[in-house]
Write a protein that binds this ligand. Structure first.
Ligand code: HEM
Length: 421
Protein backbone atom coordinates (compact mmCIF):
# COMPACT_ATOMS: atom_id res chain seq x y z
CA UNK A 1 0.00 0.00 0.00
CA UNK A 2 1.15 3.50 -0.80
CA UNK A 3 1.95 5.87 2.04
CA UNK A 4 0.92 8.76 -0.17
CA UNK A 5 2.44 12.12 -0.98
CA UNK A 6 2.92 14.98 1.45
CA UNK A 7 0.57 17.32 -0.45
CA UNK A 8 -2.36 18.70 1.48
CA UNK A 9 -4.16 19.77 -1.69
CA UNK A 10 -7.59 18.22 -1.96
CA UNK A 11 -7.85 17.15 1.69
CA UNK A 12 -11.43 18.42 1.75
CA UNK A 13 -12.42 15.60 -0.64
CA UNK A 14 -12.39 13.27 2.35
CA UNK A 15 -14.78 15.38 4.42
CA UNK A 16 -18.55 15.31 4.63
CA UNK A 17 -18.65 19.13 4.51
CA UNK A 18 -17.19 19.20 1.02
CA UNK A 19 -19.87 16.86 -0.35
CA UNK A 20 -22.65 18.70 1.46
CA UNK A 21 -22.19 21.63 -0.92
CA UNK A 22 -23.79 21.78 -4.36
CA UNK A 23 -21.56 20.74 -7.26
CA UNK A 24 -20.99 24.30 -8.48
CA UNK A 25 -19.40 25.14 -5.12
CA UNK A 26 -16.86 22.33 -5.64
CA UNK A 27 -15.59 23.41 -9.06
CA UNK A 28 -12.81 25.68 -7.72
CA UNK A 29 -11.24 22.85 -5.69
CA UNK A 30 -11.31 20.46 -8.66
CA UNK A 31 -9.97 23.16 -10.95
CA UNK A 32 -6.98 23.72 -8.64
CA UNK A 33 -6.37 19.98 -8.34
CA UNK A 34 -6.39 19.52 -12.12
CA UNK A 35 -3.90 22.37 -12.52
CA UNK A 36 -1.56 21.66 -9.61
CA UNK A 37 -2.00 18.09 -8.41
CA UNK A 38 -4.13 16.05 -10.81
CA UNK A 39 -3.34 12.76 -9.07
CA UNK A 40 -3.06 13.11 -5.26
CA UNK A 41 -3.19 10.70 -2.38
CA UNK A 42 -5.97 11.55 0.08
CA UNK A 43 -6.61 10.36 3.64
CA UNK A 44 -9.32 7.77 4.37
CA UNK A 45 -12.68 9.47 3.88
CA UNK A 46 -14.72 10.35 6.93
CA UNK A 47 -18.27 10.85 5.74
CA UNK A 48 -20.02 10.37 9.05
CA UNK A 49 -21.94 7.25 8.08
CA UNK A 50 -19.29 5.87 5.78
CA UNK A 51 -15.73 5.18 6.74
CA UNK A 52 -12.92 3.46 4.91
CA UNK A 53 -9.74 1.89 6.23
CA UNK A 54 -7.42 3.22 3.60
CA UNK A 55 -6.76 6.44 1.70
CA UNK A 56 -7.18 6.77 -2.04
CA UNK A 57 -5.74 8.44 -5.10
CA UNK A 58 -7.97 11.27 -6.33
CA UNK A 59 -7.82 11.44 -10.14
CA UNK A 60 -9.26 14.63 -11.57
CA UNK A 61 -8.17 15.17 -15.19
CA UNK A 62 -10.20 14.00 -18.20
CA UNK A 63 -7.17 12.29 -19.76
CA UNK A 64 -6.39 10.25 -16.62
CA UNK A 65 -10.03 9.30 -15.96
CA UNK A 66 -10.13 7.98 -19.52
CA UNK A 67 -6.84 6.07 -19.18
CA UNK A 68 -7.98 4.35 -15.98
CA UNK A 69 -11.42 3.47 -17.33
CA UNK A 70 -9.88 1.84 -20.39
CA UNK A 71 -7.30 -0.30 -18.59
CA UNK A 72 -9.43 -2.64 -16.49
CA UNK A 73 -6.57 -5.13 -16.19
CA UNK A 74 -4.56 -2.53 -14.22
CA UNK A 75 -7.47 -0.72 -12.55
CA UNK A 76 -10.06 -3.34 -11.65
CA UNK A 77 -13.64 -3.05 -10.36
CA UNK A 78 -13.74 -6.35 -8.48
CA UNK A 79 -12.16 -4.76 -5.38
CA UNK A 80 -15.15 -2.44 -4.96
CA UNK A 81 -16.37 0.69 -6.71
CA UNK A 82 -17.05 3.15 -3.90
CA UNK A 83 -15.01 4.91 -1.22
CA UNK A 84 -16.09 2.60 1.54
CA UNK A 85 -15.11 -1.05 1.93
CA UNK A 86 -18.04 -3.43 1.77
CA UNK A 87 -17.97 -7.22 1.62
CA UNK A 88 -17.68 -8.15 -2.04
CA UNK A 89 -20.53 -10.71 -1.78
CA UNK A 90 -22.84 -7.93 -0.61
CA UNK A 91 -21.70 -5.69 -3.44
CA UNK A 92 -22.32 -8.35 -6.05
CA UNK A 93 -25.73 -9.09 -4.60
CA UNK A 94 -26.70 -5.42 -4.92
CA UNK A 95 -24.73 -4.35 -7.95
CA UNK A 96 -24.08 -7.44 -10.09
CA UNK A 97 -21.57 -7.13 -12.92
CA UNK A 98 -20.63 -3.48 -12.35
CA UNK A 99 -18.38 -4.77 -9.52
CA UNK A 100 -16.95 -7.67 -11.53
CA UNK A 101 -13.98 -8.01 -13.86
CA UNK A 102 -13.46 -10.12 -16.97
CA UNK A 103 -14.29 -12.90 -17.64
CA UNK A 104 -17.33 -12.90 -15.28
CA UNK A 105 -18.19 -9.30 -16.15
CA UNK A 106 -17.97 -9.96 -19.89
CA UNK A 107 -20.17 -13.04 -19.69
CA UNK A 108 -22.97 -11.48 -17.62
CA UNK A 109 -22.90 -8.18 -19.52
CA UNK A 110 -23.24 -10.14 -22.76
CA UNK A 111 -26.37 -11.88 -21.47
CA UNK A 112 -28.13 -8.60 -20.71
CA UNK A 113 -26.72 -6.39 -23.47
CA UNK A 114 -29.23 -7.68 -26.02
CA UNK A 115 -31.84 -5.64 -24.12
CA UNK A 116 -29.99 -2.42 -24.92
CA UNK A 117 -29.35 -2.64 -28.65
CA UNK A 118 -30.49 0.39 -30.70
CA UNK A 119 -33.29 -1.84 -32.06
CA UNK A 120 -34.58 -2.64 -28.57
CA UNK A 121 -34.37 1.00 -27.51
CA UNK A 122 -36.22 2.04 -30.67
CA UNK A 123 -38.98 -0.42 -29.70
CA UNK A 124 -39.31 1.28 -26.29
CA UNK A 125 -39.00 4.75 -27.76
CA UNK A 126 -42.66 5.09 -28.78
CA UNK A 127 -43.83 4.14 -25.27
CA UNK A 128 -41.30 6.51 -23.66
CA UNK A 129 -42.41 9.35 -25.94
CA UNK A 130 -46.08 8.77 -25.14
CA UNK A 131 -45.44 8.62 -21.39
CA UNK A 132 -43.23 11.75 -21.55
CA UNK A 133 -46.07 13.59 -23.33
CA UNK A 134 -48.48 12.68 -20.50
CA UNK A 135 -46.04 13.78 -17.80
CA UNK A 136 -45.37 17.12 -19.51
CA UNK A 137 -49.10 17.68 -20.13
CA UNK A 138 -49.86 17.15 -16.41
CA UNK A 139 -47.11 19.59 -15.44
CA UNK A 140 -48.33 22.20 -17.90
CA UNK A 141 -51.96 21.79 -16.78
CA UNK A 142 -50.96 22.71 -13.23
CA UNK A 143 -48.62 25.48 -14.49
CA UNK A 144 -45.58 23.83 -12.88
CA UNK A 145 -44.89 22.25 -9.49
CA UNK A 146 -41.81 20.52 -8.16
CA UNK A 147 -39.58 19.83 -11.17
CA UNK A 148 -38.25 16.76 -9.36
CA UNK A 149 -41.42 15.07 -8.06
CA UNK A 150 -43.82 16.30 -10.74
CA UNK A 151 -41.53 15.83 -13.74
CA UNK A 152 -38.03 14.36 -13.44
CA UNK A 153 -38.85 11.42 -11.16
CA UNK A 154 -41.77 10.08 -13.18
CA UNK A 155 -40.17 8.63 -16.28
CA UNK A 156 -37.02 6.68 -15.28
CA UNK A 157 -38.45 3.92 -13.07
CA UNK A 158 -41.54 3.67 -15.25
CA UNK A 159 -39.24 3.04 -18.24
CA UNK A 160 -37.28 0.33 -16.43
CA UNK A 161 -40.49 -1.32 -15.23
CA UNK A 162 -41.86 -1.35 -18.78
CA UNK A 163 -38.61 -2.73 -20.12
CA UNK A 164 -38.36 -5.45 -17.47
CA UNK A 165 -42.07 -6.32 -17.65
CA UNK A 166 -42.83 -5.45 -14.00
CA UNK A 167 -46.61 -5.69 -13.45
CA UNK A 168 -48.50 -2.64 -12.16
CA UNK A 169 -49.22 -4.43 -8.86
CA UNK A 170 -45.51 -4.58 -8.00
CA UNK A 171 -44.46 -1.12 -9.08
CA UNK A 172 -45.30 1.03 -6.03
CA UNK A 173 -43.38 -1.31 -3.73
CA UNK A 174 -40.49 -1.53 -6.20
CA UNK A 175 -40.25 2.27 -6.44
CA UNK A 176 -40.24 2.59 -2.63
CA UNK A 177 -37.46 0.03 -2.19
CA UNK A 178 -35.35 1.60 -4.95
CA UNK A 179 -35.71 4.96 -3.24
CA UNK A 180 -34.46 3.50 0.04
CA UNK A 181 -31.54 1.89 -1.75
CA UNK A 182 -30.63 5.07 -3.61
CA UNK A 183 -30.88 7.17 -0.45
CA UNK A 184 -28.72 4.74 1.49
CA UNK A 185 -26.03 4.85 -1.18
CA UNK A 186 -25.60 8.60 -1.10
CA UNK A 187 -22.43 8.27 0.92
CA UNK A 188 -22.93 11.39 3.04
CA UNK A 189 -25.12 11.98 6.05
CA UNK A 190 -28.55 13.17 5.00
CA UNK A 191 -29.71 16.39 6.57
CA UNK A 192 -32.97 14.74 7.67
CA UNK A 193 -31.35 11.62 9.15
CA UNK A 194 -32.29 10.83 12.76
CA UNK A 195 -30.72 8.79 15.52
CA UNK A 196 -33.56 6.26 15.13
CA UNK A 197 -32.51 5.49 11.57
CA UNK A 198 -31.50 1.86 11.25
CA UNK A 199 -28.34 3.08 9.54
CA UNK A 200 -27.72 3.20 5.83
CA UNK A 201 -26.09 -0.20 5.52
CA UNK A 202 -28.98 -1.96 7.26
CA UNK A 203 -31.54 -0.04 5.21
CA UNK A 204 -29.59 -0.82 2.06
CA UNK A 205 -29.44 -4.51 2.91
CA UNK A 206 -33.16 -4.74 3.65
CA UNK A 207 -34.16 -2.90 0.48
CA UNK A 208 -31.76 -5.02 -1.59
CA UNK A 209 -33.25 -8.22 -0.12
CA UNK A 210 -36.80 -7.21 -0.93
CA UNK A 211 -35.93 -6.17 -4.48
CA UNK A 212 -34.07 -9.45 -4.97
CA UNK A 213 -37.17 -11.32 -3.74
CA UNK A 214 -39.29 -9.34 -6.21
CA UNK A 215 -36.92 -10.27 -9.02
CA UNK A 216 -37.12 -13.97 -8.10
CA UNK A 217 -40.94 -13.85 -8.04
CA UNK A 218 -40.98 -12.03 -11.36
CA UNK A 219 -38.55 -14.48 -12.94
CA UNK A 220 -40.65 -17.46 -11.84
CA UNK A 221 -43.74 -15.84 -13.36
CA UNK A 222 -41.89 -15.10 -16.60
CA UNK A 223 -40.58 -18.66 -16.86
CA UNK A 224 -44.15 -19.90 -16.58
CA UNK A 225 -45.60 -17.27 -18.94
CA UNK A 226 -42.86 -15.59 -21.00
CA UNK A 227 -43.67 -12.39 -22.83
CA UNK A 228 -41.80 -9.82 -24.89
CA UNK A 229 -39.84 -8.16 -22.08
CA UNK A 230 -36.33 -8.21 -20.68
CA UNK A 231 -37.12 -10.22 -17.53
CA UNK A 232 -38.63 -12.99 -19.68
CA UNK A 233 -35.44 -13.06 -21.72
CA UNK A 234 -33.19 -13.04 -18.64
CA UNK A 235 -35.24 -15.64 -16.76
CA UNK A 236 -34.80 -17.99 -19.69
CA UNK A 237 -31.22 -17.04 -20.62
CA UNK A 238 -28.36 -19.46 -20.07
CA UNK A 239 -24.85 -18.80 -18.84
CA UNK A 240 -22.33 -21.65 -19.08
CA UNK A 241 -25.14 -24.05 -19.90
CA UNK A 242 -27.35 -23.20 -16.90
CA UNK A 243 -30.17 -20.75 -16.25
CA UNK A 244 -29.18 -17.63 -14.31
CA UNK A 245 -29.61 -18.15 -10.57
CA UNK A 246 -32.10 -16.15 -8.50
CA UNK A 247 -29.25 -14.23 -6.93
CA UNK A 248 -27.76 -13.36 -10.33
CA UNK A 249 -31.18 -12.20 -11.56
CA UNK A 250 -31.70 -10.22 -8.35
CA UNK A 251 -28.37 -8.43 -8.77
CA UNK A 252 -29.16 -7.50 -12.36
CA UNK A 253 -32.64 -6.27 -11.42
CA UNK A 254 -31.18 -4.11 -8.67
CA UNK A 255 -28.41 -2.78 -10.87
CA UNK A 256 -30.86 -1.69 -13.56
CA UNK A 257 -33.32 -0.15 -11.12
CA UNK A 258 -30.68 1.78 -9.20
CA UNK A 259 -28.29 2.70 -12.03
CA UNK A 260 -31.11 3.80 -14.29
CA UNK A 261 -33.38 5.78 -12.00
CA UNK A 262 -31.94 8.72 -10.07
CA UNK A 263 -29.20 9.28 -12.67
CA UNK A 264 -31.76 10.04 -15.37
CA UNK A 265 -33.98 11.88 -12.90
CA UNK A 266 -31.16 14.19 -11.78
CA UNK A 267 -30.12 14.91 -15.36
CA UNK A 268 -33.63 16.15 -16.05
CA UNK A 269 -33.68 18.34 -12.93
CA UNK A 270 -30.29 19.90 -13.72
CA UNK A 271 -31.39 20.42 -17.32
CA UNK A 272 -34.53 22.28 -16.22
CA UNK A 273 -32.50 24.41 -13.86
CA UNK A 274 -29.95 25.22 -16.60
CA UNK A 275 -32.59 26.24 -19.14
CA UNK A 276 -34.38 28.30 -16.50
CA UNK A 277 -31.09 30.15 -15.88
CA UNK A 278 -30.59 30.61 -19.64
CA UNK A 279 -33.93 31.74 -21.12
CA UNK A 280 -32.19 32.80 -24.35
CA UNK A 281 -31.09 29.19 -24.93
CA UNK A 282 -34.59 27.92 -24.17
CA UNK A 283 -36.05 30.35 -26.72
CA UNK A 284 -33.54 29.15 -29.30
CA UNK A 285 -34.27 25.51 -28.51
CA UNK A 286 -38.00 26.14 -28.93
CA UNK A 287 -37.34 27.71 -32.32
CA UNK A 288 -35.84 24.51 -33.74
CA UNK A 289 -36.05 21.54 -31.36
CA UNK A 290 -35.01 19.06 -34.03
CA UNK A 291 -31.75 20.92 -34.65
CA UNK A 292 -30.74 21.31 -31.01
CA UNK A 293 -32.19 18.41 -29.03
CA UNK A 294 -29.21 16.06 -29.41
CA UNK A 295 -26.49 18.54 -28.44
CA UNK A 296 -28.74 19.89 -25.67
CA UNK A 297 -29.12 16.42 -24.16
CA UNK A 298 -25.34 15.83 -24.21
CA UNK A 299 -24.74 19.20 -22.55
CA UNK A 300 -27.36 18.45 -19.89
CA UNK A 301 -25.51 15.20 -19.17
CA UNK A 302 -22.13 16.96 -18.93
CA UNK A 303 -23.63 19.74 -16.84
CA UNK A 304 -25.39 17.37 -14.44
CA UNK A 305 -22.59 14.76 -14.15
CA UNK A 306 -25.14 12.64 -12.23
CA UNK A 307 -22.51 10.12 -11.13
CA UNK A 308 -19.73 12.00 -9.32
CA UNK A 309 -17.16 9.23 -9.15
CA UNK A 310 -16.45 5.53 -9.20
CA UNK A 311 -13.52 3.73 -7.65
CA UNK A 312 -11.06 1.19 -9.01
CA UNK A 313 -8.26 -0.83 -7.34
CA UNK A 314 -4.74 -1.03 -8.79
CA UNK A 315 -3.80 -4.61 -9.66
CA UNK A 316 -0.08 -3.76 -9.84
CA UNK A 317 2.33 -0.88 -9.31
CA UNK A 318 1.80 1.74 -12.01
CA UNK A 319 2.84 5.32 -12.85
CA UNK A 320 0.11 7.89 -13.39
CA UNK A 321 0.36 11.69 -13.42
CA UNK A 322 3.98 11.51 -12.12
CA UNK A 323 2.85 9.46 -9.14
CA UNK A 324 3.51 5.84 -8.32
CA UNK A 325 0.32 4.00 -7.54
CA UNK A 326 0.98 0.76 -5.66
CA UNK A 327 -0.77 -2.58 -6.13
CA UNK A 328 -3.89 -2.64 -3.93
CA UNK A 329 -4.25 1.15 -3.80
CA UNK A 330 -7.72 2.63 -4.22
CA UNK A 331 -8.10 5.00 -7.16
CA UNK A 332 -11.15 7.30 -7.36
CA UNK A 333 -11.98 8.73 -10.78
CA UNK A 334 -13.96 11.97 -10.58
CA UNK A 335 -16.26 12.26 -13.60
CA UNK A 336 -17.54 15.52 -12.11
CA UNK A 337 -14.05 16.98 -12.46
CA UNK A 338 -13.29 15.48 -15.88
CA UNK A 339 -16.49 17.06 -17.20
CA UNK A 340 -15.21 20.54 -16.24
CA UNK A 341 -11.65 20.06 -17.56
CA UNK A 342 -10.64 23.16 -19.52
CA UNK A 343 -8.05 21.16 -21.45
CA UNK A 344 -11.02 19.49 -23.14
CA UNK A 345 -14.01 21.83 -22.83
CA UNK A 346 -14.01 25.52 -23.78
CA UNK A 347 -15.53 27.55 -20.93
CA UNK A 348 -16.41 24.41 -18.98
CA UNK A 349 -18.39 26.28 -16.32
CA UNK A 350 -20.76 27.65 -18.93
CA UNK A 351 -23.90 25.73 -20.02
CA UNK A 352 -24.01 25.72 -23.82
CA UNK A 353 -26.72 23.57 -25.39
CA UNK A 354 -24.93 23.76 -28.76
CA UNK A 355 -21.58 22.48 -27.44
CA UNK A 356 -20.15 20.19 -30.08
CA UNK A 357 -18.03 18.09 -29.77
CA UNK A 358 -18.88 17.20 -26.20
CA UNK A 359 -16.78 14.22 -25.09
CA UNK A 360 -18.21 14.19 -21.55
CA UNK A 361 -17.84 11.30 -19.14
CA UNK A 362 -21.31 11.33 -17.60
CA UNK A 363 -21.64 7.68 -18.67
CA UNK A 364 -18.06 6.80 -17.69
CA UNK A 365 -14.69 7.22 -19.33
CA UNK A 366 -15.10 4.39 -21.85
CA UNK A 367 -13.91 0.82 -21.43
CA UNK A 368 -15.83 -2.33 -20.55
CA UNK A 369 -18.08 -0.81 -17.86
CA UNK A 370 -19.31 2.08 -20.00
CA UNK A 371 -22.94 2.71 -19.09
CA UNK A 372 -25.14 0.07 -20.67
CA UNK A 373 -28.22 2.28 -20.36
CA UNK A 374 -26.73 5.38 -22.04
CA UNK A 375 -29.03 5.23 -25.05
CA UNK A 376 -32.05 4.48 -22.90
CA UNK A 377 -31.28 7.53 -20.75
CA UNK A 378 -30.76 9.68 -23.84
CA UNK A 379 -34.10 8.54 -25.28
CA UNK A 380 -35.88 9.63 -22.08
CA UNK A 381 -34.14 13.01 -21.92
CA UNK A 382 -34.85 13.66 -25.60
CA UNK A 383 -38.53 12.80 -25.17
CA UNK A 384 -39.02 14.98 -22.09
CA UNK A 385 -37.17 18.05 -23.36
CA UNK A 386 -38.72 17.77 -26.82
CA UNK A 387 -42.24 17.76 -25.34
CA UNK A 388 -41.36 20.56 -22.96
CA UNK A 389 -39.98 22.69 -25.79
CA UNK A 390 -43.17 22.13 -27.76
CA UNK A 391 -45.50 23.03 -24.92
CA UNK A 392 -43.71 25.50 -22.64
CA UNK A 393 -42.68 29.02 -23.63
CA UNK A 394 -40.92 29.94 -20.41
CA UNK A 395 -39.47 27.95 -17.52
CA UNK A 396 -39.04 29.74 -14.19
CA UNK A 397 -37.10 27.62 -11.72
CA UNK A 398 -36.80 28.63 -8.07
CA UNK A 399 -33.95 27.83 -5.70
CA UNK A 400 -33.00 24.13 -5.99
CA UNK A 401 -32.39 21.99 -2.87
CA UNK A 402 -29.47 19.68 -3.50
CA UNK A 403 -28.76 16.20 -2.16
CA UNK A 404 -25.64 15.89 -0.01
CA UNK A 405 -23.64 13.05 -1.50
CA UNK A 406 -20.17 12.09 -2.68
CA UNK A 407 -21.64 9.74 -5.28
CA UNK A 408 -24.80 11.20 -6.78
CA UNK A 409 -25.15 14.76 -8.02
CA UNK A 410 -28.77 15.21 -7.13
CA UNK A 411 -31.55 17.73 -6.79
CA UNK A 412 -34.14 16.95 -4.11
CA UNK A 413 -36.56 19.75 -4.96
CA UNK A 414 -36.79 22.46 -7.59
CA UNK A 415 -39.84 24.75 -7.56
CA UNK A 416 -40.91 25.40 -11.14
CA UNK A 417 -43.41 27.65 -12.88
CA UNK A 418 -44.09 27.17 -16.56
CA UNK A 419 -45.75 29.43 -19.11
CA UNK A 420 -47.70 27.22 -21.53
CA UNK A 421 -47.34 27.68 -25.28
C1 HEM B 1 -28.30 9.87 -17.22
C2 HEM B 1 -28.41 8.63 -16.82
C3 HEM B 1 -27.25 7.73 -16.51
C4 HEM B 1 -25.98 8.03 -16.13
C5 HEM B 1 -25.37 9.41 -15.93
C6 HEM B 1 -25.27 6.78 -15.94
C7 HEM B 1 -23.93 6.67 -15.56
C8 HEM B 1 -23.24 5.48 -15.47
C9 HEM B 1 -21.84 5.37 -15.15
C10 HEM B 1 -20.91 6.53 -14.83
C11 HEM B 1 -21.52 4.05 -15.16
C12 HEM B 1 -20.15 3.44 -14.87
C13 HEM B 1 -19.27 3.52 -16.09
C14 HEM B 1 -17.89 3.00 -15.88
O1 HEM B 1 -17.56 2.48 -14.81
O2 HEM B 1 -17.08 3.09 -16.83
C15 HEM B 1 -22.72 3.32 -15.49
C16 HEM B 1 -22.81 1.96 -15.60
C17 HEM B 1 -24.00 1.28 -15.83
N1 HEM B 1 -25.23 1.82 -16.10
FE1 HEM B 1 -25.66 3.79 -16.28
N2 HEM B 1 -26.14 5.75 -16.20
C18 HEM B 1 -27.35 6.29 -16.57
C19 HEM B 1 -28.50 5.61 -16.93
C20 HEM B 1 -28.62 4.24 -16.96
C21 HEM B 1 -29.83 3.53 -17.33
C22 HEM B 1 -31.15 4.17 -17.79
C23 HEM B 1 -29.57 2.22 -17.19
C24 HEM B 1 -30.57 1.14 -17.48
C25 HEM B 1 -30.78 0.11 -16.86
C26 HEM B 1 -28.17 2.09 -16.76
C27 HEM B 1 -27.49 0.91 -16.53
C28 HEM B 1 -26.14 0.80 -16.26
C29 HEM B 1 -25.47 -0.47 -16.10
C30 HEM B 1 -26.11 -1.84 -16.20
C31 HEM B 1 -24.12 -0.18 -15.81
C32 HEM B 1 -22.99 -1.17 -15.55
C33 HEM B 1 -22.24 -1.47 -16.83
C34 HEM B 1 -21.10 -2.43 -16.63
O3 HEM B 1 -20.53 -2.53 -15.53
O4 HEM B 1 -20.75 -3.13 -17.60
N3 HEM B 1 -27.64 3.34 -16.64
N4 HEM B 1 -23.76 4.21 -15.70
Amino acid sequence: MNAGTASTLGRELSTVEFWSQPSWARTAVFSELRARAPVTFQPPPNFGVVTAQQGYWAVTRHVDVMAISRQPDIFCSGGGISFEDQPIEMLEMASSFIVMDAPRHTALRRVVSSAFTPRQIAKLDAAITARAAEIVAELVAQRGGDAVGDLAAKLPLWTISEMMGVPESMRADMYDQVQILVDSQLGARRADETAEDPGPLTAQFQAAMSLAAMAAELAAAKRAHPSDDVMSALANAELDGALLSDSQLGGIFLLFAVAGSDTTQNSTSFGISAFSDHPEQWARMRGNVGAFINTAVEEILRWASPVIQFRRTATRDVELGHQTIAEGDHVVIFYESANRDDQVFVEPNHFDMMRNPNPHFAFGGGGPHFCLGANLARAQLRALFRHLAESVIELHGGEPTYIASNFVNGVRHLPLEVVPA
